[in-house]
Design a protein around this ligand. Structure first.
Ligand code: AMP
Ligand code: MG
Length: 410
């Protein structure tokens, strides 16, 4: 087999970014409501001013500031009421005001709004307080964004707030990159689906559920295939079929050095290997290659390895395939306790990440370091990156962290 072996983590990540960029998915126009979490495929400029007309920021009375120039209040004649919606065909003249509701078009002639709570209304007159600067409580046309202003750039993730802005600007569809389709297989003769009885030596297939959930978080739906047995013919048939229909095929299990770890040989023979084994822990046996038209990633079977490989390698690949440029760069947090490590691989330790009362991100490695210890991963919310050459890190050291669940308050 001629391929890269035991490469550094950063090299593997760079190869995956490169492969993902080469296989960037096409852009498509989609209804706004379907685009949350997708990546903008083009710049978006405001087609109109927002707001498109001057309107009131409050419920109150619209008037001419020149009519109440001093600090003293002045009684103005209330000549009409402007609700949000169609504009009155009437202007505010000298000595007049118009009752107005939030969002109502600012009447012709008016330039200022006094809020209802500060106005004393008596029949047809309203006592407007003095001292309000011209323009108070008025939202000018274009004061949110001007026609032509850039409101979205290619490569950024579509958030609910952006969707709201684009809807306010009248968009119904926007250009986004398609999401990659991903097939997920777990492999191993010992695996049983949860909910069925276990014979001695069997375990529940947890990786498939983990991977499906992690992909679902990124908006990628997957089918629940049965786990593949450690049988080369059945594995090859299933993987080849999937490679015809999916952009990315992910397996877990069967890529280490055991007698039933058949996937590296199969991929070498029937596809192509880009690299096998990365100097990281956990997740060292990870395999990357191609099968048919699909990119192939073989993750090891240990569940914590799957988690680390997924967040550290698979996510950057999927991001690159979607042109995402605002993907999660690591945050930096201060170690709450000292850390030590004895091996010379880059390590992703499961860790608790929180923000203390001073606004400082802090992190503490979880004591469960075994790659089978899923409880430690579930109790944690971040991967803490320890560089290959680090042996001892003192409390207070700044370390890169990759959150994979919400950051909790301290
Ligand atoms: P492997 O990489 O196939 O040698 O598997 C390494 C370890 O992970 C073994 O203890 C397997 O039983 C376990 N394992 C493999 N696949 C899964 C899975 N889908 N769910 C839970 N554990 C698994
Ligand atoms: Mg196995």
């Amino acid at each position: 087999m001629s391929h890269l072996a035991r490469i550094a983590f950063d090299e593997a990540a760079a190869i995956l970014r490169c492969l993902g960029t080469e296989r960037r998915l096409p852009a498509t126009m989609l209804p706004l409501a379907q685009t949350r979490g997708m990546v903008l495929a083009g710049a978006i400029d405001a087609p109109i001013d927002l707001p498109s007309f001057a309107n009131s920021a409050m419920d109150g009375y619209a008037y001419r500031a020149a009519d109440v120039s001093g600090d003293a209040p002045r009684a103005l004649r209330v000549v009409d009421t402007q609700f949000a919606g169609a504009a009155l065909q009437r202007a505010v003249g000298e000595g007049e005001c118009i009752a107005i509701m939030t969002g109502g078009v600012l009447p012709e002639g008016a330039d200022t709004v006094a809020i209802r709570e500060n106005v004393v209304r008596d029949g047809d007159t309203a006592r407007i307080p003095g001292g309000l600067a011209r323009g108070t409580n008025v939202r000018d046309a274009g004061s949110d964004c001007r026609v032509g202003a850039r409101v979205g750039t290619a490569g950024t993730t579509v958030t609910p707030a952006l969707i709201g802005l684009l809807a306010a600007l009248g968009f119904t569809t926007i250009p986004v990159y398609q999401r990659p389709s991903v097939a997920v297989f777990s492999t191993g003769d010992e695996l049983k689906p949860p909910g069925t009885p276990l014979a001695p030596g069997e375990i529940y297939d947890s990786n498939r559920a983990l991977l499906q959930a992690a992909l679902a978080e990124q908006g990628i739906a997957t089918l629940a295939w049965p786990a593949l047995p450690d049988d080369p013919v059945r594995m090859l048939t299933a993987l080849r079929d999937a490679a015809e229909a999916y952009d990315v095929v992910i397996t877990c299990g069967g890529v280490s050095a055991g007698d039933k770890d058949l996937l590296p040989g199969l991929v070498a023979e029937h596809g192509r290997i880009h690299f096998w084994r990365v100097r990281m822990r956990p997740g060292m046996p990870v395999l990357c290659g191609e099968l048919g038209r699909a990119l192939y990633l073989g993750l090891p079977g240990n569940p914590v390895s799957v988690l680390a490989n997924f967040h550290a390698l698979v996510t950057p690949l999927l991001d690159a395939m979607q042109g995402r440029e605002d993907g999660v760069a690591p945050l930096h947090a201060r170690l709450a306790d000292p850390l030590s490590k004895r091996h010379d691989r880059l390590e992703f330790r499961r860790a608790l990440l929180w923000c203390d009362a001073d606004g400082q991100l802090r992190t503490r490695a979880h004591p469960a370091t075994g790659s089978h210890q899923q409880s430690g991963a579930a109790e944690s919310n971040a991967l803490l990156r320890i560089e290959a050459d680090a042996t001892v890190l003192p409390a207070g050291a700044s370390v890169p962290v990759y959150p994979y669940a919400p950051i909790r308050p301290g």
